[in-house]
Design a protein around this ligand. Structure first.
Ligand code: HEC
Length: 105
């Protein structure tokens, strides 16, 4: 009776693991979209750009070795003035941090 169901389990697990963008994995492309719509009004979000002294470009932030993923997560959870708290969700923060890692290279 249970055999057909049990046979399906490894298949379903494989599907879940092979899925193109599982919900729990950080997605840099999604992070880029968030950065372009949420951060670019202040930070230059594209790969290069002049930015200003008051607001560093995301590229410059990403390239700063002191701004590692742990530091960035903490900042985005609780930014200090003059940067406003954007109330990003946990998943949004992970995606933005993943995007910043691609800029750091
Ligand atoms: C309303 C303008 C504004 C928006 C929108 C904004 N920021 Fe900022 N952000 C700032 C300012 C201004 C600072 C500089 C704060 C300082 O240096 O005291 C800053 C600082 C930062 C820092 C720290 C830089 C450092 O090295 O100290 C990070 C990281 C950062 N922003 C990321 C982001 C990300 C990611 C987004 C989008 C999700 C975002 N910001 C959206 C204005 C903004």
């Amino acid at each position: 009776m249970t055999a057909p169901f049990l046979k399906a389990v490894p298949f379903l697990l494989a599907m879940a693991i092979a899925g193109s963008s599982p919900a729990w994995a950080a997605d840099p492309a999604e992070g880029r979209r968030i950065a372009e719509s949420w951060c670019s009004s202040c930070h230059v979000a594209a790969d290069r750009g002049p930015g200003t002294d008051a607001v560093p470009t995301l590229q410059r932030i990403a390239a700063d070795p002191r701004r590692d993923p742990g530091w960035l997560r903490q900042w985005l959870n609780d930014p200090h003035p003059p940067m406003p708290d954007l109330n990003l969700s946990h998943a949004e923060i992970e995606n933005v941090v993943a995007y910043l890692q691609t800029l750091a290279r």
